[in-house]
Design a protein around this ligand. Structure first.
Ligand code: SIN
Length: 478
């Protein structure tokens, strides 16, 4: 950790002990340091502290909260290089991508610093002469969040910033593989003047201990989760007992479609961004490519040539574009999906080289059939299966043939087709002639078993607000 200038960002580190968690660099296997693990009792204590702080935090003015969030944003930008290095070391993504994620993560704080001041209610035309009706918005109360290892900063700030802006105390559980980035960002929130009880983190190698404490607690009035559909189902069911507000950003199986009228070079560029961001370890990553028969060979040739330019290795090294997988289980799963596809008739046309450690070379698979497991499952790695199609109706059926509905992408220049396909795709987000749609300005979220609720945008703060209806009666109107 000598590469970090601002040592305060690593104040979470502790001496190794029975109750500490080792944080490992997935590119080298080296242990970067230890952080304390919280027991169930300590999680309850943290929740009590959040509850005790909730009233006074909700009472601060929107302008005061906005100013603190703005200071937090500024500190993140000032520490962008250090935060990016910490992220690359523990998560593996290339340094340039990590810098991009710090800016992306900070953008949610910037955005919600402004939105804090715009939580307007309504006045409602009354149905009787002696009454006046209106609504106000109030914080839901203590908000908890469980976040994944693939975007260790942006997934924390995308939840914490709207919660704090709305007047909710926030308690987060970052992934045990990547807690250092999250702690570094929260350290900056404290330095920005946000009280320690108002934003807290808790970690335990057993995600279940914290998940159970959050879901079963009456203190937590809102749970926001980003992760797999399998875990999301369990958390949603668990939260039913205390009837919490819940938002779920779950798995995806994004189709990336190239129609016969597409700009092929633009489609290849979009495909590289969409598929290989974070080495394919992204919920919104293109998971399966459908290319029209008439342009299939042309697209595959250019795509393979672009893929051959990607460089796999340690994200701290110059020019690396594909970092390691997060762990061996993930690499093994990806490899077995490829082997299975090949045994079912698919052909590898890029990425035959086997790599040591947790690295996986980007692979392009052709002669893929829509029914193969690699098309039906979320790959979460740098593998691109390419399927042929010949009619728009067939394409729409295949694209929607999944339990997921997070993101979809398509390339076409025909305005009629664009509207028809955009409206027919059963997804929360659709990129049209665009392979990367994420921004703090637009609502991020899915439909079907990809979850519910929206993050970012003007909708994001509503997830942390209750609407209260006020009816003023008995008014003398004479
Ligand atoms: C995710 O993969 O969970 C988030 C990706 C994004 O925000 O673009």
């Amino acid at each position: 950790m000598d590469l970090i200038k601002n040592k305060s960002l690593l104040s979470c580190l502790c001496e190794p002990s029975d109750s500490s968690i080792n944080v490992t660099n997935p590119a080298t296997g080296e242990v970067l340091g230890c952080i304390p693990s919280q027991s169930e009792q300590q999680v309850f204590e943290a929740l009590d502290q959040a509850q005790a702080a909730q009233k006074s935090w909700a009472k601060t003015t929107a302008k005061e909260r906005s100013a603190m969030l703005r200071r937090w944003f500024n500190l993140m930008i000032e520490n962008q290089d250090d935060l990016a290095r910490i992220m690359t070391l523990e998560q593996g993504k290339p340094l340039a991508e990590a810098r991009g994620e710090v800016a992306y993560g900070a953008s949610f704080i910037d955005w919600f610093a402004e939105e804090a001041k715009r939580t307007y209610g309504n006045t409602i035309p009354s149905h009787t002469e002696d009454r006046r009706l209106m609504t106000i918005k109030q914080p839901v109360g203590v908000a908890a969040a469980i976040t994944p290892w693939n975007f260790p900063i942006a997934m924390i700030t995308r939840k914490a910033a709207p919660a704090l802006a709305a007047g909710c105390c926030f308690i987060g559980k970052p992934a045990a593989q990547t807690p250092l980035s999250a702690y570094a960002v929260v350290e900056l929130a404290w330095q920005a003047g946000i009280p320690r009880e108002v934003i807290q983190l808790v970690v335990n190698p057993s995600a279940r201990i914290i998940g159970d404490a959050f879901c079963n607690s009456d203190i937590v009035r809102k749970l926001s989760f980003t992760g797999s559909t399998q875990i999301g189902r369990m958390l949603t069911a668990q939260c039913a007992h205390t009837v919490k507000r819940v938002s779920m950003e779950l798995g995806g199986n994004a189709p990336f479609v190239v129609f016969d009228d597409a700009d092929i070079d633009a489609a290849v560029k979009g495909a590289i961004v969409s598929k290989f961001r974070n080495a394919g370890q992204t919920c919104v990553c293109a998971n399966r490519f459908y290319v029209h028969d008439a342009v299939y060979d042309q697209f595959v040739d250019r795509f393979v040539s672009a893929v051959s330019q990607l460089k796999t290795g340690n994200g701290l090294e110059e020019g690396i574009t594909i970092g390691p997988m997060i762990d061996q289980a993930s690499k093994t799963n990806i490899q077995s999906l490829v082997e299975q596809a090949v045994s079912q008739g698919a052909r590898v046309v890029a990425g035959e080289q086997q790599r040591e450690g947790l690295f996986v070379e980007p692979v392009v698979l052709v002669d893929v059939d829509h029914s193969m497991d690699i098309v039906q499952e979320e790959i979460f790695g740098p593998i691109a299966p390419v399927i042929r199609f010949s009619s728009d109706d067939e394409l729409i059926t295949m694209a929607n043939d999944t339990i997921y509905g997070l993101a979809a992408y398509f390339y076409s220049r025909d305005i009629n087709r664009i509207w028809k396909v955009a409206e027919a795709l059963e997804y929360g987000m659709v990129g049209i002639n665009e392979g990367l749609v994420s921004t703090e300005l637009a609502p991020f979220g899915g439909v079907k078993q990809s979850g519910f609720g929206r993050e970012g945008a003007k909708e994001g703060i509503d997830e942390y607000l209750e609407i209260k209806y006020l009816c003023f009666g008995g008014l003398d109107n004479d």
